[in-house]
Design a binder for this molecule. Structure first.
Ligand code: NPW
Ligand code: K
Length: 499
């Protein structure tokens, strides 16, 4: 299975390149697309009676005419409802001409119990919010409670952004072609797609690459070759040393969660850098984790000089005050030769919103550490208000813009976490689980990222791996999960990735 995601524009380009290279032409691709949907209907919804096929005026509708014809040829009872007539000379017009089913107006569509709806109204060409008769068709489908098979995308869902325009069908199954689209993975669109099946319609892997796509569905298949495994002659520091800054006496748990996660994710040594006032609290709860007093930037630099950790985690359990941001800037300007990467999380991000310009400038200096930022929606909006406030940008585009602006790998968290690199690469995570919506789970994620980077995994792939592992650990543990459970649950995930 290939993991590239294609925007509707990139899919159009893949289509154009495929037709240009021959031998398959536009109607040939459409027949294959409709054929894949018809096969799905026959195998999964064999008892549906009748099948209502809803056709729009473009090529999505063209696929619908193919589906209707193939189902009738297989003996299925089919009714076909259309919103308009395909443009003369188009592939959709050819498909309509080949279809023997009488066309009824969409206003006559009234699904009954036992029927199935094939939604072929709009796909990649969705250009405006659903309205009027189409919205009424969505409402009648919901009211009837009948399953929907969506062709390419549920009508109303943007393939590029996952936005729902006006309203959208909720599909049990969506059959898309060649590759998934960002809108299948980004919410709210993802919640409308149901199971997404990718049908091969003859668009080659090389053609997909030629579209220039730089976005992938997050999956171990493509980052696992870079997943670290300790060398036979490893010692604890060569396996990667992570330093985690602790909050004050009443806020030490977050750093310990991050530290334990870093250790479970394979860092050979983890040090918690604790304010003196919180040393006792940290000492009471740490065993294999090293504890070191750090009350000032000088203390931190002394640690860096003495221990040369590979990666620092800064943010869990801190506060949003400007001095917290200034400390982060101080660390960044002393990175050279002392540590390689800085993972900024939580208030380590929010505090920098007091000195954005200085941060963005510092992040671009040649001696700056590699940066990974792990904001949730609120933190993202505080550090990148212009990007967050631009309604024309999808979550994917926001993450990419932020990565370029901060010269950082951005892990834009949520049920559809997007990971973006400053060079334009991006990934959308798809194994997220609501079990992770629990206090402290973000602290754990920052520790996993740090551990993988400390073990020499490149920052973008490390962030992608960490996001996937975090969710996989939560899924394996299951209901009742609290953040403390995640580090131990990681053990099995790491073990499986390491074989
Ligand atoms: N590319 C490929 O490789 C392959 C593509 N294939 C298929 O083609 C599909 C893309 O086809 P497509 O480009 O013709 O766009 P499509 O989704 O049919 O919509 C365009 C029409 O709908 C209209 N319209 C849009 N939104 C509307 C709204 N809310 N309310 C009302 N009208 C609205 C829009 O109007 P306009 O914007 O022009 O005003 C235009 O008339 C793709 O999803 C896949 O199924 C397959 O056959 C196999 C290979
Ligand atoms: K559709």
């Amino acid at each position: 299975m290939a993991f590239e995601l294609l925007t509707p524009d990139e899919m159009t380009e893949a289509d154009r390149l495929t037709i240009g290279a021959g031998p398959v032409d536009g109607i040939g691709l459409m027949r294959r697309a409709g054929g894949a949907v018809a096969d799905l209907v026959l195998s999964r919804f064999a008892s549906a009676h009748p099948v209502h096929v809803l056709c729009g005026p473009g090529n999505n509708g063209g696929d619908g005419y193919v589906v209707a014809r193939l189902l009738v040829e297989s003996g299925v009872a089919v009714r076909l409802f259309a919103t308009g007539v395909p443009r003369a000379g188009s592939d959709a017009a050819l498909a309509a001409a080949e279809c023997p089913v009488a066309v009824e107006p969409l206003s006559a569509f009234a699904p009954e119990p036992g029927s199935l709806v094939v939604d072929a109204l709009y796909g990649a060409g969705l250009s405006k919010p659903l309205a009027g008769e189409v919205l009424a068709a969505v409402a009648r489908t919901v009211e009837a409670g009948v399953p929907v098979v969506a062709v390419d995308l549920p009508s109303g869902v943007s393939g590029a952004t996952g936005e729902v325009l006006g309203g959208a069908f909720k599909a049990a199954v969506t059959v898309t072609f060649a590759r998934k689209k960002p809108g299948h993975l980004l919410f709210p669109g993802r919640a409308h797609c149901g199971e997404v099946i990718v049908a091969d319609i003859g668009i080659s892997d090389a053609t997909v690459v030629a579209t220039g796509t730089r976005c992938l569905e997050n999956d171990p298949a493509w980052w696992r070759p870079l997943f670290p495994s300790p060398a036979n002659d490893a010692h604890k520091y060569s396996r990667g040393h992570v330093g985690v800054f602790s909050g004050g006496v009443a806020a030490t748990g977050a750093a310990r969660l991050s530290a334990m996660a870093a250790a479970r994710a394979g860092a050979g040594a983890v040090t918690v850098l604790s304010p003196g006032a919180a040393l006792a609290a940290n000492a009471a709860h740490l065993t294999s984790i090293i504890l070191r007093r750090s009350d000032s930037l000088e203390d931190a630099i002394a640690f860096l000089d003495a221990r040369k950790p590979a990666v620092l985690v800064y943010g869990p359990g801190l506060s949003p005050e400007p001095e917290v941001g200034r400390f982060a800037l101080g660390l960044m300007s002393h990175a050279s030769g002392r540590f390689g990467a800085l993972v900024l999380d939580a208030d380590g991000i929010t505090s920098l919103s007091h000195q954005r310009a200085a941060f963005f400038e510092a992040a671009k200096r040649p001696m700056a550490p590699a940066l990974v930022l792990t904001p949730h929606h609120g933190e993202f909006g505080r550090l990148f208000p212009d990007i967050a406030g631009d309604p024309s940008l999808s979550k994917l585009e926001r993450a990419r813009a932020a990565a370029a602006k901060a010269n950082a790998v951005i892990v834009y968290k949520g049920p559809d976490t997007v990971i973006a690199a400053p060079d334009g690469r991006a990934a959308i995570n798809s194994n997220g689980t609501p079990l992770l919506a629990t206090a402290g789970s973000g602290d754990v994620l920052s520790g996993i990222v740090a551990a993988l980077v400390a073990q020499a995994m490149p920052a973008f792939e490390a962030a992608c791996a960490a996001v996937w592992m975090h969710a996989e650990a939560a899924r394996r543990f299951g209901p009742g999960l609290i953040a403390e459970d995640l580090p131990l649950a990681l053990r099995e995930v790491v073990a499986r990735l390491s074989v």
